[in-house]
Design a protein around this ligand. Structure first.
Ligand code: COA
Length: 169
């Protein structure tokens, strides 16, 4: 049984381990710590997946970013998402993404940006940001730079995504 809940301070070490093992390195661990300590952190969208109510097996973080259009618009970055390697390919990633998108919608957010594998994220309704006139800082990203509207036609006609300093971009 998998359940998802907001992270607690006492979860941090377990989350670090999941992310370290999933990404085989420290970069994403450090990214999460920087986001957590920034004004862009949203406690309701920092979610840990527990197996049998106790074992941490997954983590997903959505945080605020800005789209520069005619006005500056608040959006969300989905980054990163991790599942502990022994638990991968069992649907936990899918569950965490779907659930976090539902929670983001309920909180009133209108769109989400992701840089990731397009074959994976297209299953959740993400499309290349370029199709919506949205650009970002990644010159070579192509279709991996993606966007999903949580409300129909919520995006401006065109815009440029700015990542906060925590992302180190
Ligand atoms: C990506 C990740 C979060 C997916 O979680 P998961 O619980 O293993 O995924 P699910 O069980 O929900 O979905 C499995 C499906 O995703 C696909 N998938 C998994 N990783 C993928 C990847 N990197 N690229 C494309 N597809 C991928 C699997 O092939 C499988 O496809 P299928 O359903 O057609 O058989 C997890 O594999 C992970 O932590 N990977 C390492 C970290 C990472 O790359 N994070 C994403 C950064 S964009």
């Amino acid at each position: 049984m998998i359940e998802l809940r907001e992270e607690l301070k006492s979860d941090v070490e377990g989350i670090d381990n999941i992310v370290r093992n999933a990404f085989d390195g420290e970069d994403e661990v450090a990214l999460i710590h920087r986001i957590r300590n920034s004004q862009h952190y949203i406690p309701e969208l920092a979610l840990i997946a527990l197996h049998n109510r106790t074992t941490p097996v997954g983590y997903i973080l959505l945080s605020e970013i800005e789209i520069e259009a005619e006005d500056t618009i608040t959006s969300l970055a989905l980054a990163p998402v991790s599942v502990s390697p022994p638990f991968q390919n069992e649907g936990i990633g899918t569950f965490m993404i779907n659930e976090s998108l539902k929670r983001a919608t309920a909180l009133g957010y209108r769109h989400v940006i992701v840089l990731g594998h397009s074959a994976y994220y297209s299953k959740f309704g993400f499309i290349p940001a370029s199709e919506k006139g949205i650009t970002g800082p990644f010159k070579e990203a192509g279709d991996s730079f993606m966007v999903k509207e949580l409300k129909k036609d919520a995006l401006p006609k065109e815009g440029h995504v700015h990542y906060p300093a925590a992302f180190g971009i």
